[in-house]
Structure formats: structure tokens, C-alpha cells
Design a protein around this ligand. Structure first.
Ligand SMILES: [Fe+2]
Length: 221
């Protein structure tokens, strides 16, 4: 068994036997600090030590509508943070994998979501950006927890595309959100794992909430 597959099996054993703790990883340098000016009742519910999202070897990640606010040709970048912008900074990481657990290098991961007020930027590229996975299929994005807009729970839109698999368009959800269950698109297998165990009142780039989601693309390669 390859080390990678063995790792996934170990992860599954953890799922069966106890809480899963996100591994630590180096954080990208943050150039700005962000005022958390959103009201307390608008803050995302960031749960601790949740089980991870479905691993490779399971079904491919479900697709969901792109909605009406997708803008093509977003800039390539790994941080969507805006100078002086409001919102709760988070770091979203994960891998792009095939259903055979093969990391997919060079996959495009295109993300878009609202600002802290629940507004999309449909004229520019605020909170829009894409990046390419590394040799191990990994991506890492600095951004904020999106706000809420009428009729939807908190969510992040993602489009993942590789050279050999069909493109995946989907949405990611936050755990423990009051509006999840009533949302017409929400589904539990698109929940991110969110670890805020290191978060303190004095938020810094070292202790911001860490969200994790692995995308599993249809196809074997
Ligand atoms: Fe949306």
C-alpha cells in the first residue's frame, strides 16, 4: 500500500476512534490585518475538531450550481484578503484527488464568494481568485468567512478543473450554521472541517480558523 493510501486509511481509523485534529501546516504570510467589524450574530459558527470531509476512494465530490455570480478569468492568487477589509479571516486548505486517491497536480481551483456583508463583487474580482495545486495536489487559500445574503446559508463557490477529469463546480459549507438545514442547496458532504482550536481573542495570522476540504474528481487518473 502506498504511503498516501496508508495515510488515508489511518485517517479513516481516526474517524472511527476519536476526534480528528487537523495537522499543522505553514501559514502563508499575511500582509494586512483585518478589522473584524461584522456583528457578533453575523459571525460564522466555527466548530472545533470536526471530522474531515469525505476522503478519496469515496464518491466524487458532489457538484452544485455555480449560481448567477460566477465571473470568468479571475486573478491567480492565494490570498483574497483585502486591505482593511471586514470579515473573519480563515485559511482554507486541502487536496484535489482522483477517486483512486491520486493527488492531481496542476489542477485549477477557482474560488468566489461574498464579502462580509453578503455582497458579490460583480464588477471586479474582490473575493475571487484561482490557483493551481502543487505536486501533491494541495491548495491553500487565505480569505474571509463570507457573509450571508437572502435565501442562502454561508457558502463558498469553487470550480475545480484538471486536464484529465471533468470540471467540478460545487459549493462548500460551514459547520454549525443555523441556516444550513433550511438551505435548499446545503448538503452535509460538502461541509468543510473547521478547526478554530488555536484561535484567541487577539486574532493573528498564526491562530486564525483553519478550514479544510478535499475535492475528489471523477475519473481514475
Ligand atoms: Fe452564492
Amino acid at each position: 500500500m502506498s504511503p498516501l493510501k496508508n495515510g488515508w486509511h489511518s485517517r479513516r481509523r481516526l474517524l472511527k476512534t476519536g476526534p480528528f485534529f487537523l495537522g499543522s501546516f505553514a501559514l502563508a504570510a499575511c500582509r494586512q490585518r483585518f478589522a473584524s467589524s461584522i456583528q457578533a450574530n453575523e459571525r460564522p459558527a466555527l466548530a472545533q475538531n470536526l471530522p474531515p470531509t469525505p476522503a478519496c476512494g469515496d464518491d466524487p465530490t458532489p457538484s452544485q450550481t455555480a449560481g448567477p455570480f460566477y465571473t470568468p478569468n479571475s486573478p491567480e492568487r492565494t490570498s483574497l484578503l483585502e486591505p482593511g477589509g471586514a470579515g473573519t479571516p480563515i485559511i482554507l486548505t486541502g487536496q484535489v484527488l482522483s477517486t483512486r486517491c491520486t493527488p492531481i497536480a496542476g489542477a485549477l481551483v477557482d474560488v468566489w464568494h461574498t464579502n462580509a456583508k453578503g455582497e458579490y463583487d460583480n464588477r471586479g474580482y474582490t473575493f475571487r481568485g484561482h490557483q493551481f495545486t502543487d505536486a501533491e495536489g494541495r491548495y491553500q487559500l487565505e480569505t474571509i468567512a463570507p457573509g450571508l445574503y437572502p435565501g442562502r446559508t454561508r457558502h463558498i463557490h469553487v470550480r475545480v478543473q484538471s486536464a484529465h477529469q471533468p470540471a467540478l463546480t460545487t459549493q462548500l459549507y460551514f459547520p454549525n450554521e443555523p441556516l444550513n438545514e433550511g438551505d435548499f442547496l446545503y448538503r452535509p458532504d460538502l461541509l468543510m472541517s473547521v478547526d478554530n482550536s488555536g484561535v484567541s481573542a487577539a486574532s493573528s495570522e498564526e491562530n486564525r480558523p483553519q478550514a479544510q476540504f478535499n475535492f475528489v474528481l471523477m475519473g481514475d487518473s
